[in-house]
Design a binder for this molecule. Sequence first.
Ligand code: CU
Length: 479
Amino acid sequence: MNRRHFVGMAGGLAAAGWWARHRWPLPQAGRGLPQPPMVGVQGLTLRAAPGPVTVGGTPVDAWLYNAALPAPTLRVQRGERATITLENQLPEPTITHWHGLVVPEAADGHPRLAIAPGATYRYDFTVDQPAGLAWYHPHTHMRTGYQVHRGLAGLVVIEDPGARTSGLPPAERELLLVIQDRTLGTGGELAYDLRGPAMMAGYFGDTILANGAPSPAHPAEPAVYRLRVLNGSASRIYRLGLAGPGSLRVIGTDGGMVSAPIPVDDVWLAPAERLDLLVDLTGAAGQRVTLETRAFTLPAGTFGPRGMGRGPEMMRGRQGDAGPIMHFDVGRSRVIAAPAVTLAARAIPSLPRGAAERRFVFSSMMMDHTINGMAFDMSRRDVVTTAGAVERWTFVNDGPVPHPVHLHAAHFAVRTRTGGRGEVYPWEQGWKDTVLVLPSEVVTVDVHFGPHPGLFLLHCHNLVHEDMGMMLNVALEPA
Ligand SMILES: [Cu+2]
């Protein structure tokens, strides 16, 4: 792809008054964490269109699915058929991808399927996978970052009535949380400016929004809450922890539940990753507990094969900045005891003998982002294998910036990480579809492709990198 072309497209739409940064006022206390509307998937119409929303009391001109920020949460039962019509009322092409759902080729939102303004696209697929949290967003060629940034993203909750879990908090204490960083331009738009360092590190907004609200305060009881979190940001990685008298346990990752609750002090959440968390506030009566992102530093990286690059600060952008995301204001009501928790994990089989192995090197050099030296070509078949295949894939980051690596049409198990942080973390257990590969890291995963033949994608989910071409086609032949 042509970088100058891309810069022109992105820069032309950026805010004229970018540098005069505007801070959102804090929302009124006690309003709580907004929850997106919940809708079913049979006969659903999703209208992508420009529209007004209010963010932290400020009117914002956004692009929205069904006029909501975040978009409506789709709720689907395992085995249910989804019939969804996408209406494109945007001024440019778009197509929707269901991130984390294993669906047929025609429903996967490959950029070659994008529809023109005024057109519609009909999705028809059956969801057959364990309970978990997926999400949906545009996957338009070179425009994914911009369209997501303007507001087009929502959650998909997959429920499995057959799964045996117990002890989880009731619905009124289950919260969905989409974390996105944004900057409000002086013209009242969501500014997305990719000049300078953003072309390497990615886009960083100056305010972190929780379901479209800047650090909302949620009224809570001294009880255990279930918090199902998506990092819907373009580039920012969060290191989530609690400030105050609360504790965290991980009960699920991208593709469903883990085998038992995992106590953690903090967890990393890269763009497009999801976590299912239990937040224990039973010891916090009368106090405020803050979900925050903690400071972190990145491994040094290699700065390219010829030792080039402009130093870690340039490459870091605002990655690793600390800040609040949302608050729980815990009341003084009677403590609600927390029962023991049983989870419905899905066993992960070991790699079969003789499984194919593939290696993918993610390189960022001089503002070019490639995989195995290649930038995305819509029609090239880069990986050819078979639907249902099980393979071992290795992701190598040989550059100075992080890459959250995402594979369509499959789930995978993270097996090893060498270099960089040097370990597979407890919150990377279970079935995943996105894994964070920091500079100098080498991560191996066991890939289990779904049953659908067709053309799918492997890409970096830093949306700036993805739009600049860090993406390959994966062709699955019929088994
Ligand atoms: Cu990347």
